[in-house]
Design a binder for this molecule. Sequence first.
Ligand code: GDP
Ligand code: MG
Length: 140
Amino acid sequence: MATERTLSIIKPDATRRNLTGKINAVFEESGLRIVAQKRVQLTEAVAGAFYAVHKDRPFFGDLVSFMVSGPVVLQVLEGENAVLKHRDVMGATDPKKAAPGTVRAEFAESIEANSVHGSDSLENATNEIAFFFAQTEILP
Ligand code: GDP
Ligand code: MG
């Protein structure tokens, strides 16, 4: 077991419905620790750069529009096997396929407005954390 960090984003559908605290409670109850957190309004340029890996997917334009439709909460989560643990408590991308009790099963509105983002590998987590946070903003 290794202590890891992962990047989490509480997406605009969830901030709009005032779900930040409920989602954070799921993370904390799973053993993840919120070691950095900031609420920001993404621009299209930043959201497009963050999701550049999906730029050729048919939903890319809609995804960027959704991600700038309201504030997001950017977070660094830390814990044992944090990357996989966070993906587990988030649930599947499509809330219809997400296991009961996961954030997406409980809160997501659709496959797009699915309440949370989480890094999908340790390498991507490192890069995604550096995309949004300075080392001085992370306080374990
Ligand atoms: P994730 O790692 O589970 O977030 O899923 P992906 O990396 O595959 O996709 C990134 C994000 O794009 C998802 O979280 C959704 O917000 C959105 N997305 C993924 N698949 C679709 C889709 O088929 N249609 C739409 N509209 N959005 C999607
Ligand atoms: Mg992904």
